[in-house]
Design a protein around this ligand. Structure first.
Ligand code: HEC
Length: 288
């Protein structure tokens, strides 16, 4: 009897141990099924999280740097990287800079900004994305789907005219295909792509970091461009002040820090929420 009881306890402990291992997946010899249970995040949730961080970054750059900077005499241009042009990147090109830096990393995250009435014809949505963008325009709700052709999980989010410079610049642009944009309009959408339907903690953190590193890279490229400006009086003072206070620009650290302050609490909440789900899953396993 005692022997049976001991055997029972042994199996109970073994089951518990396996359940915990399965949910944490932290052992070196993990099997593929352990890896699967380690994928605690749905791809749409992580793409939503990084898209929210992108909204914050984009608004901060558009209002805090481009909008306020222009009033101080800073210039922003499509050809900002040309040697003869002493200007910074437009918001769309800032985003493209982030996107191309992510592409250089080993994180398989894709980011694209498109529209149905683009300034640049190569930003016009095609195929399924064009179809779904029509829905986004109507209800401003994100679209999550599997892009069959590219074999990528895809999420699209409305890109809104959040600040006056968005509307003014697009309406007045020489290559614009629409001249009556209004504040609050859905001007386009950001398309985010990832090759698998779920992510582990490590992969989720990888996505967020790839995005933040991209922001840092393009912002630093802008500061390097300024350093090469030929006329000293066109160079703003770079430190911890923003253009709203005068002829200043924040350093990359100050800029990223502001994004972090605005985004991190929300991002952390989301990560913790997934952790709660994971704990529930462990309980479910144990009670079976
Ligand atoms: C000073 C000018 C300027 C400002 C400010 C500006 N844009 Fe643009 N935007 C452009 C240009 C130029 C392009 C095309 C860049 C390229 O070559 O891809 C563009 C591209 C875009 C695209 C991709 C489709 C297209 O038109 O090619 C979207 C969507 C967009 N901008 C939305 C916005 C939003 C939203 C804001 C404000 C948060 C904004 N823009 C601010 C000039 C501007």
């Amino acid at each position: 009897m005692n022997h049976l009881k001991a055997k029972g306890i042994f199996f109970l402990l073994l089951t518990l141990y396996c359940a915990i291992l399965q949910s944490c997946g932290g052992v070196p010899e993990e099997t593929s099924s352990n890896e699967t249970s380690d994928k605690v995040f749905a791809v749409a949730d992580i793409l939503t999280l990084v898209a929210e961080e992108n909204d914050i970054t984009r608004t901060l750059y558009t209002k805090g740097i481009v909008g306020a900077g222009k009033k101080q005499g800073l210039k922003f241009d499509e050809d900002w990287q040309d040697d003869e042009v002493e200007a910074g990147p437009l918001p769309a090109l800032f985003l493209r800079g982030i996107s191309s830096d992510i592409r250089k990393s080993d994180v398989p995250l894709g980011l694209y900004l498109g529209s149905d009435f683009p300034i640049n014809a190569s930003n016009k949505f095609q195929g399924k994305q064009a179809e779904l963008f029509a829905k986004i325009k109507a209800d401003q709700k994100p679209q999550h789907f599997y892009e069959e052709d590219q074999k990528l999980y895809t999420s699209m989010f409305a890109d809104l005219a959040v600040a006056a410079p968005c509307v003014n610049c697009h309406n007045d642009h020489k290559s614009t295909t629409k001249t009556d944009w209004k504040l609050g309009d859905v001007m386009g959408a950001t398309t985010w792509q990832y090759p698998s339907d779920s992510l582990s903690y490590k992969e989720a953190i990888g996505v967020i970091n790839a995005y933040r590193n991209g922001t840092k890279a393009i912002y630093n490229a802008y500061l390097e461009e300024i350093a090469a400006f030929k006329i000293d009086s066109t160079k703003p003072q770079i430190g911890n002040k923003w253009p709203s206070k005068g002829f200043y620009l924040p350093t990359a650290e100050v800029f990223i820090d502001s994004v972090r302050k605005l985004a991190s609490y929300h991002s952390l909440e989301k990560l913790l929420l997934a952790d709660t789900k994971k704990t529930t899953k462990t309980k479910d396993l144990v009670s079976r």
